[in-house]
Design a protein around this ligand. Structure first.
Ligand SMILES: Nc1nc2c(ncn2[C@@H]2O[C@H](COP(=O)(O)OP(=O)(O)OP(=O)(O)O)[C@@H](O)[C@H]2O)c(=O)[nH]1
Ligand SMILES: [Mg+2]
Length: 335
């Protein structure tokens, strides 16, 4: 089942974000550097385009992402109109401190007490928006936590008479188009736990790591990956970490092993991992398009069969006759 998560408070938060944006100069969109496109909320893009606001994309948690993939993503985003992209880690104060100057470049006319630079932090849940705000103002003004939807309302902080910043609640959107985006978001804990099954998310992540980073699995858990499938990886983690169901003859506890595996990815214990690159994303989109076309063709065929089944017998005979017009009988030709 594809993952969807759009709780009610986000609809309200989206409306409020649109209202606040009218009085904002630059949008700071925080993305997860491990899957920046999967963590790009199309509703945020639409809002900023509607309000014609420049955007600084922060590929945050770069300390957890594969540096090669991050470089490729920066090239990709920096080619987009009205967008500047940088990779940072909110854990590094020096990287955070550079951000206001980058925003100032995007709105050079807003640089005095009468026209302060007005910045707004936006993004999906749990990408580090509030951590960024705290790091920027060097104080714990916003609550943070490693779970989605910690921030529930907007909060403004005046950095100086010339600059202020607004933190906003994490926003998802009503329908995630690509199924694998939902899995990536869930793996990185951007989706509420009530909307996902951890074992399924862990199995998705295991499958991806088997293809792209098998050596990390061996390095972390000490098992060889040859011949294993995704479920086999979780089973092997269960055995290595002693996750066995009590009184069931040593059967693996998939649930507990899944949580350990997901936490290892989220904490960076598996090393620096990116779940997508511009290339893998292009392939995924092409594959999804082929699947969608096949599904549409199957539906059309089913609809045509159903329509034919409803036809009276005479019409059925006509509709199954060749499409070229029947030739006239010899005697008509002669006449
Ligand atoms: N490793 C790493 N962890 C980070 C970074 N930035 C934030 N985090 C962690 O990510 C988790 C989420 O941070 P928050 O700042 O609460 O995220 P948010 O985007 O405000 O989340 P919501 O308010 O729920 O939308 C916290 O556990 C942070 O410590 C980073 O650059 N690197
Ligand atoms: Mg927050």
């Amino acid at each position: 089942m594809p993952i969807q998560w759009f709780p009610g408070h986000m609809r309200t938060a989206h409306k409020k974000a649109g209202e606040t944006m009218s009085d904002i100069d630059v949008i700071i969109e925080v993305l997860d550097a491990r899957h920046p496109e999967a963590s790009s909320n199309p509703m945020i893009t639409s809002l900023r385009k509607l309000h014609q606001r420049p955007c600084l994309k922060l590929l945050n948690k770069a300390d957890l992402a594969d540096p090669d993939a991050t470089r490729a993503w920066l090239d990709h985003f920096n080619r987009q109109k009205g967008v500047t992209a940088v990779a940072i880690s909110c854990k590094k104060a020096g990287e955070v401190a550079k951000v206001p100057a980058l925003c100032q470049k995007l709105a050079p006319h807003r640089d005095d007490n009468f026209k302060p630079l007005r910045m707004m932090i936006m993004g999906i849940p749990n990408v580090g928006k509030s951590t960024f705000m705290n790091a920027l103002v060097k104080r714990k003004v916003a609550k943070v936590g490693d779970e989605p939807a910690v921030t529930k309302s907007q909060q403004r902080f005046d950095i100086s008479p010339r600059q202020y910043i607004v933190d906003t609640p994490g926003l998802m959107w009503p329908k995630i188009d690509h199924e694998s985006d939902g899995w990536m978001l869930a793996a990185s804990h951007a989706i509420g736990r009530n909307a996902v099954i951890d074992e399924e998310v862990a199995t998705f992540l295991a499958g991806l790591l088997l293809v792209r980073y098998p050596e990390r699995l061996t390095a972390r858990y000490g098992f060889k990956t040859e011949g294993l499938d995704a479920a086999g990886v979780i089973e092997a983690v269960a055995k290595r970490r002693g996750c066995l169901l009590k009184g069931r003859g040593g059967e693996p506890d998939f649930e507990r092993a899944s949580l350990i595996f997901l936490q290892d990815y989220r904490d960076g214990a598996l090393g620096r991992i990116s779940l997508e690159t511009p290339e893998t994303r292009a392939v995924m989109i092409a594959e999804d398009e082929i699947k969608a076309a096949a599904k549409a063709a199957a539906l059309a065929e089913k609809a045509a069969k159903a329509a034919k089944a409803k036809m009276p017998d005479r019409d059925k005979r006509l509709s199954s006759s060749p499409s070229s017009p029947p030739t006239a009988p010899d005697d008509e030709e002669a006449a």
